[in-house]
Design a protein around this ligand. Sequence first.
Ligand SMILES: [Zn+2]
Length: 442
Amino acid sequence: MTSDAAPARPDATDEVVDLCRDLLRIDTTNTGDNDTSAGERRAAEYVAEKLAEVGVDAEIHESAPGRANVVARIPGTEPGRDALLVHGHLDVVPADPDEWSVHPFSGEIRDGYLWGRGAIDMKDFDAMVLAVVRGWQRTGVRPRRDVVLAFTADEEAGSDYGAHFLTQRHRDLFDGCTEAIGEVGGFSYSVDEQRRLYLIETAEKGIDWLRLHAKGRPGHGSMVHDDNAVTALAEAVARIGRHRFPVVMTDTVRAFLAEVSDVLGIEIDPDDPETAIAKLGPIANIIGATVRNTANPTRLAAGYKDNVIPGRATATIDCRSLPGQSEELERQLRELVGPDIAIEYVQRQPALETTFDGDLVVRMSEALRAEDPGAHPVPYMLSGGTDAKAFSQLGIRCFGFAPLRLPADLNFSALFHGIDERVPLDGLQFGVRVLDRFLRTC
Ligand SMILES: [Zn+2]
């Protein structure tokens, strides 16, 4: 299809709400335990059925009983071109109904929002993709390049049963894919009535989860004792927890701040980017974490009796490294903990970073501006990790682009894994229009 093709038929924008609602009503809580994460299979069957209804063959790939992924390929009209991967996960993090205003799996519509666990992370995007593709199939639209759809399991617990399983065991499904879109990006941040930044993810920090091991001499809690594993570990954990790693400006953050400075009309001191970032309000906690490596202690374990000094103590530290900084972070941590504490990596996945240029970026930006004349697309780095970690292992250039126009007063970042997660209905429909335009033209 050419770039002057008509935007989405109204039925895709209508249908997206029902599709998202159906998905929200399937409890796909990922507990990290295969025995209790069965909902993914039902969600996968739902997606495959919705695609089959309009003539798209989708295959379900199970990595373990109940852990199901769906993959389909929509052939493009220009077969010589590289394929685009569009991926979204189907699992969600747990939600406690007692804390919510509505039941988290009821898919309730209230005050212009669709409520439920997964409403923005990320069944909204799954539903948008389904709505666009179903609209195409009904009206005979085909994309220019092959579009591979992947709906994955297990993103919320490390992707071993989802994206990593697919890329390691079913690599051929992604033949020809050179670029990808998925979470977390394409959402709006209001500058004022007229202007909105749309944050497109071009980078994400690395995951460097590690365990500290302290050893000491076991003994009786009543006696003089100068080799206590708990004391040694506690000192190391406190040093890490209080440490602030130096600011390291990456290309992505520099580009983001340049755009922000331009649009907001503020000076940003390159030696002190955090003062400017603090002014960004609700997104400051995402952006603020992308100017330095971070390390947060999350777990402690030691001892088995009140009056026994244990011989060992362990702590888990959730570290996140900037692109190219993982080794440096390891060096910094070794210095902080000292020679007597052992460091073991329990998870180490590299950071990603791509440039904010090329045809795909132009198409994203055009699609956003066509639907929102006040749109200012900007690249940004996500402080967390996504399925892009797995897909980038195949050499795919990954972007976070799940377009969503948000009301100015909505604290979007707080809704991720948060209580009363919800998506604005008009934002969902906006997303369908942008995605449809983008996918037709890219
Ligand atoms: Zn997510």
